[in-house]
Design a protein around this ligand. Structure first.
Ligand SMILES: Cc1ncc(C[n+]2csc(CCOP(=O)(O)OP(=O)(O)O)c2C)c(N)n1
Length: 566
């Protein structure tokens, strides 16, 4: 076996890191343990040999590491890698792996495994934990959330294992995979020479069935009250949707939005609640939306056509989901919308009068909607979430990228450009936004990144770790805490069921009260952030401007602890 440039044989850990880099993995988010020596050795050797490996990013909590990977992917679209310590580290990832899995993010989640051998091998067990940490099926912890899992058994297979992991993670719909790396094979020498691993080709995005598109186009031109409901669209689809909705006078509602699906000022942007529009719709087109409406509360009328469009319009990994459906178009949304836009064009001649009627009815509705929004966002005696959301939209500018973990009222925070707002995924595991914003800043250092978080969400994110990572890796972002000193969502859920029960007698505050709120601003300051507490509505615009300047001009992380009772 020939020697590697360090004079030592190349070990599988080096092969692993190099194969990740060969597949476009930029960062190696990690929180290590006794399973990591071959990884540490591999990074140390790469420092000497200049081998191309991902940049290591130490994140001292696994959940935040996964959130960072999620944010980085949203910025650059590259597959991501996180490595954690055996089963216990894997356990700490599960919340954000749930978020990332439902959001279809391609991640290699790697974890060590307790050494297989009790003695006699290089890498055999050396600590008492190595017995208790062993599981019969470590991957079983995450199997339901990942698309594939595998354990490295033969060192020389490491390159092919990475290639397979990436291939599966990047296949549409994308998603996480799990790789278990015991330290004996990871520290074993590779057969030389170990060359670069050639990435395997990826399939192009899927195109829609032409007959289904023709059917949908017929329905669009024939409908009196069509409605589009979207939740998440790639940036390139937004312009196509904007054209289609405007040309055909179709209102668009983004229910439970996770991206900008239409610019806020678009004449067909009808907000975030399908309620009023769905009640009398005769056609509903559901675009990449797992829950287009809440069937327990609302539904389209009988006879309304419903079409579901998306990469996986059936959400096959959801155990139960039974929205009515008359048509399912399984395709990438950009391709489906482009085909639909073209198919509709040739049919419009017959439908101009009907479309004009639709448009004038919607114009009237839009005037009422905008007047109501303006009223809701005016400053009162206290900072309302609507006023705060409006002020944030004004202060951060149209290119800022906002990561919202619940509290931002998107109706009040203007977002004109695709890719300038991302929200917590449909599974809603709290503790995502701060880490996602940090990961985004890492992957897109020139962007102004803002995290809007409830006080509950902020605490879930492990703020000590987040501020440490921001300082250590020089990731200046602006964090805005909507501080209502409570779990508002929990209280609302209680009141929605037991307003007239005993829980309603104290306004549903049992188990939702977070008083006394910690001094988040003081705590962030102690970790080097520019930070302020804001309570008075009149002080808010200047405070936002100062915090923005600290981030943009001084390149400091900043935090605003905004007291907003709701
Ligand atoms: C990991 C996790 N635990 C618990 C919950 C349940 N939960 C949903 S919203 C919420 C409260 C969030 O509070 P906060 O961030 O302050 O926002 P608010 O509801 O007050 O607007 C909780 C605890 C969750 N979604 N995720």
């Amino acid at each position: 076996m020939s020697a590697a440039p360090t004079g030592r044989p190349t070990i599988a850990g080096e092969g692993f890191l190099r194969a990740l880099a060969d597949h476009g993995i930029d960062y190696f988010f990690c929180n290590p343990g006794t399973d990591f020596p071959p990884i540490v050795e591999a990074f140390s050797r790469a420092g000497k040999t200049n081998a191309r490996v991902p940049r290591p990013v130490l994140v001292p909590h696994e959940n935040l590491a996964v959130a960072m990977a999620h944010g980085a992917y949203l910025m650059n679209g590259h597959p991501q890698a996180v490595m954690v310590h055996v089963n216990v580290g894997t356990g700490n990832t599960i919340n954000n792996v749930t978020n990332l899995s439902r959001d279809r993010v391609p991640l290699i989640l790697a974890a060590g495994r307790t050494p297989i051998t009790e003695k006699g091998q290089f890498g055999s067990r050396t600590r008492p934990i190595h017995w208790a940490q062993e599981m019969f099926d470590q991957a079983g912890m995450v199997r339901e959330l990942v698309k594939w899992d595998y354990e490295l058994r033969v060192p020389g297979q490491v390159g092919d294992v990475v290639a397979r992991a990436i291939e599966v993670a990047m296949a549409h719909p994308r998603g996480p995979v799990y790789l278990v790396l015991p330290r004996e094979p990871l520290s074993a020498p590779l057969p030389e020479p170990f060359g670069p691993v050639k990435p395997r080709p990826r399939a192009a995005a899927t195109h829609p069935d032409p007959q289904s598109i023709a059917q949908l186009a017929d329905w669009i031109v024939g409908a009196k009250r069509p409605l589009i409901i979207a939740a998440t669209l790639p940036s390139a689809a937004v312009l196509v949707l904007a054209h289609l909705a405007e040309r055909c006078a179709i209102p668009v509602v983004t229910h439970n939005p996770r991206t900008v699906c239409l610019p806020s000022s678009h004449p067909m942007h009808f907000g975030y609640e399908p309620g009023a529009l769905i009640a009398d719709a005769d056609l509903v087109i559901v675009l990449e939306s797992d829950v287009p409406w809440i069937p327990h509360l609302q539904h389209p009328p009988a006879g309304c056509h419903v079409a579901h469009v998306g990469e996986d319009p059936f959400f096959v990994r959801y155990p139960m989901r039974s929205f009515p459906s008359d048509l399912a178009v399984q395709a990438d949304c950009i391709n489906a919308l482009t085909a639909l836009d073209a198919a509709v064009e040739s049919r419009l001649g017959l439908a101009e009068a009907r479309i004009a009627t639709r448009r004038s009815r919607l114009n009237e509705r839009m005037r009422t909607r905008r007047a109501q929004l303006a009223k809701d966002a005016t400053a009162g005696e206290r900072i309302s979430p609507e006023y705060l959301s409006h002020a944030i939209g004004e202060a951060v500018g149209e290119d800022a990228v906002i990561f919202n973990e619940y509290p931002l009222r998107p109706d009040h925070c203007a977002r004109e450009k695709p890719g300038t707002l991302f929200a917590l995924g449909p599974a809603g595991g709290l503790g995502w936004g701060f880490g996602a914003a940090l990961g985004a800043k890492l992957a897109a250092p020139d962007k102004f990144i803002v995290a809007t978080l409830g006080d509950g969400a902020y605490v879930f994110s492990n703020p000590t770790v987040g501020h440490w990572v921001a300082g250590k890796y020089e990731l200046p972002i602006l964090t805005i805490v909507f501080n209502n000193s409570r779990y508002g969502a929990v209280r609302r859920a209680t009141l929605s069921m037991f307003k007239d029960g005993v829980a309603g007698e104290n306004d549903g505050r049992h188990l939702a009260d977070l008083d006394p709120a910690p001094p988040f601003d003081e705590m962030a300051k102690a970790q080097g952030a520019y930070a302020e507490r804001v309570e008075n509505p009149a002080d808010l615009p200047d405070a936002l401007a100062r915090a923005r300047d600290a981030v943009v001009n001084e390149r400091r992380q900043a935090l605003l602890n905004v007291i907003t009772p709701y």
